[in-house]
Design a protein around this ligand. Structure first.
Ligand code: CMP
Length: 136
């Protein structure tokens, strides 16, 4: 049965700064994702705070929001069968040190903060995150 989904992907400042955005986009395409929408933007810290609001009680929240707004990011809507779980598998564990071989975070991540990519963690959050960046 077909289960076409959309998910939000962010190529984070550490990867954009190292000019890895085209390389990472090609990995998504190779793995059968369609890039339906895409834009390169620089977030304000207040935007990052809204985006990561679910983490606002976490000790890393402030650093996380500082970091996401520290340089340009590429935000994309990706589409594929089971896009949410497929993208999370392709990204690998949040901490690049724990990510499996062949995953994006294993290949490019520098640290748990500078982990190169974000991906929605559920279909419901994907809808919220896609609206956050692309609803106008
Ligand atoms: P991301 O998938 O974008 O979602 C939240 C981000 O918080 C996560 O990737 C990490 O980059 C960052 N983060 C920093 N410290 C932690 C931590 N201890 N646990 C989980 N995420 C963390």
């Amino acid at each position: 049965m077909s289960n076409l989904e959309q998910t939000l992907s962010i190529i984070k400042p550490d990867a954009v700064e190292r000019n890895l955005d085209e390389k990472i986009k090609s990995i998504f395409l190779t793995h059968g994702f369609k890039i339906l929408k895409e834009k390169k933007i620089k977030l304000e810290k207040s935007d990052a705070e809204k985006f990561y609001k679910v983490h606002e009680t976490k000790p890393f929240y402030n650093d996380l929001c500082e970091y996401l707004s520290s340089g340009p990011v590429v935000v994309m809507v990706l589409e594929k069968e089971e896009a949410v779980s497929s993208n999370r598998k392709l990204m690998g564990a949040t901490d690049p040190k724990k990510a499996e071989e062949g995953t994006i975070r294993k290949q490019f991540g520098i640290s748990i903060d500078k982990n190169s990519v974000h991906g929605s963690d559920s279909v419901d959050n994907a809808k919220i995150e896609i609206d956050f960046f692309f609803k106008n």
